[in-house]
Design a protein around this ligand. Structure first.
Ligand code: SF4
Ligand code: SF4
Length: 466
């Protein structure tokens, strides 16, 4: 992408990688600016902002292939979901294609999470009332990909109209079931939902897939339907716009990337603080040019300075947070470890299991923004784990290359011995991985021996130099 380039609606702006999906142009127009920017409410992240000046025509890119999805191979259909930029819209932002790929031959039940339980947010409710047919089509697509027979839709017991609308769609579909669950926060989190519906707990460090259940938020299902049946990438979503007194509450379909200031001016909302997300899990946005993200489900407008008067005080070890945590974690411990950047301890105390429900923060008498600490710490841990994996991967690749070169006679044992950081166990494992041929194993042991001899030789040389 470059400044001055003309783009069409749905055109890919940035290619993704294995963790980030491609991003598409939400409208047709011309690229006017590409900048990198940091926001104070996302201290560890740098965003690339691409500004598009709309031409007002909203011209779609041509998606020529209209082949029936049932003629696609499994890989093609997963690739299509990835290319459409679909991620978990319930807030996780996790790649849906990756989730489906991991679930192949692992799951027997598709659980649709429509139990939106955080106050003020009604996007899923609105989606079910207005697009129930498409939602069911999306479920069928996922069930077809993963060859799943049981589809269960979990919905809050306060969403009567949505319930009726979905019920009407599934009345002639025997493999579909719908269950109302008590609308009590955080019943909408995956872990809680599994507990409520199946009376099972996801073991520590595991995922619902390990129990044979794949969970999708209902908005994600809708986007998967659009990506497969309409060949539309994810460029818009429904968000709830409301204020604390609910004097206005609307669900609006917005293009991803729309600046918040634009939405506020459209609805003539002036001078307020903005919480992006729900009142419990959301975060205060102090720059109204910040755009709507794929994971944004709500915008809550508060009276100016309401949030700024809240002072954080020291922890008094009252343990109210631990008693309230639905996952039975120890938030006060996690707080101390996160604050002191003790990553090892926060890992040991299972911070990765935190569902970011924010209940601990709500009950904390010292107004400690526990959730913010946990989110930061989880991000740090993800980086550390990523770096660890990368270094393991590079080491393995290096060793494989050394072996290939050695086997093809391009290098001799001495070169391997002096360059390699080969470790006996790993080296043997790689040899087994590559080829189970006994001769190669023998060669590997020979290399080990030579490496040892070479190390002794180098040590002796050093001593002589001294
Ligand atoms: S946010 Fe707090 S209450 Fe919620 S799961 Fe995490 S530690 Fe527990
Ligand atoms: S609720 Fe707040 S003050 Fe009480 S132990 Fe937890 S973090 Fe500390």
């Amino acid at each position: 992408m470059r400044v001055g380039q003309i783009v069409l609606r749905g055109q890919i702006l940035t290619l993704g990688d294995e963790n980030i999906p491609p991003i598409h142009a939400p409208t047709s127009g011309i690229i006017t600016k590409i900048v990198k920017k940091k926001f104070s409410f996302f201290p560890n992240r740098c965003f690339s902002i691409i500004s598009i000046k709309s031409d007002g025509q909203d011209k779609w890119i041509d998606y020529s292939s209209k082949r029936d999805y049932k003629f696609f191979s499994l890989n093609e259909i997963i690739q299509l979901i990835y290319n459409s930029g679909v991620v978990g819209l319930g807030g996780s932002g996790f790649l849906s294609s990756k989730k489906i790929e991991r679930s192949i031959k692992q799951v027997h039940t598709l659980l649709i999470n429509a139990a939106e339980s955080e106050p003020y947010i009604t996007t899923d409710d609105c989606l079910m009332q207005n697009f129930s047919k498409e939602v069911i089509q999306g479920c069928k697509v996922i069930a077809w990909i993963l060859k799943i027979k049981n589809i269960l839709i979990a919905i809050g017991d306060d969403k009567d109209l949505a319930y009726i609308s979905i019920k009407k769609e599934i009345q002639s579909l025997p493999n579909f079931k719908i269950r109302k669950i008590k609308n009590k926060y955080p019943s909408g989190s995956s872990k809680q939902l599994i507990k409520i519906l199946f009376n099972k707990e996801i073991p520590l460090g595991k995922h619902s897939i390990n129990l044979g259940i794949i969970i999708f938020n209902i908005s994600t299902v809708f986007s998967i339907k659009r990506s497969i049946l309409n060949r539309e990438p994810l460029i818009e979503r429904i968000i709830t716009l409301s204020d604390r007194n609910l004097s206005y509450q609307k669900n609006i379909l917005v293009r991803i990337g729309t600046p918040i200031s634009h939405i506020l001016s459209e609805f003539n909302i002036k001078k307020c603080d903005i919480i992006m997300g729900g009142p419990i899990t959301g975060f205060l946005v102090d720059d109204l040019n910040f755009p709507i993200l794929k994971t944004t489900s709500s915008i809550l407008c508060l009276k100016s300075n309401l949030m700024k008067n809240i002072l954080e005080r020291p922890c008094i070890r009252c343990t109210a947070c631990s008693s309230a945590c639905p996952i039975r974690l120890l938030p006060e411990q996690l707080y101390f470890y996160s604050k002191s950047l003790n990553h090892e301890k926060s890992r040991e105390y299972h911070i990765s299991e935190c569902i970011e429900c924010g209940i601990c923060e709500q009950v904390c008498p010292s107004n400690i923004p526990l959730l913010t600490y946990f989110k930061k710490e989880k991000m740090q841990l993800r980086k550390i784990i990523f770096q660890e994996n990368m270094s393991k991967k590079s080491k393995k690749l290096f060793m494989l290359r050394q072996h290939r070169l050695y086997i093809s006679g391009l290098i001799n044992e001495n070169i391997i011995c002096t360059n390699s950081t080969v470790n006996t166990t790993l080296n043997n494992a790689i040899v087994k991985d590559e080829d189970s041929n006994v001769n190669i194993l023998k060669k590997s042991k020979y290399i080990m021996k030579k490496e040892l001899e070479s190390a002794i030789h180098r040590a002796k040389l050093k001593r002589n130099i001294k």
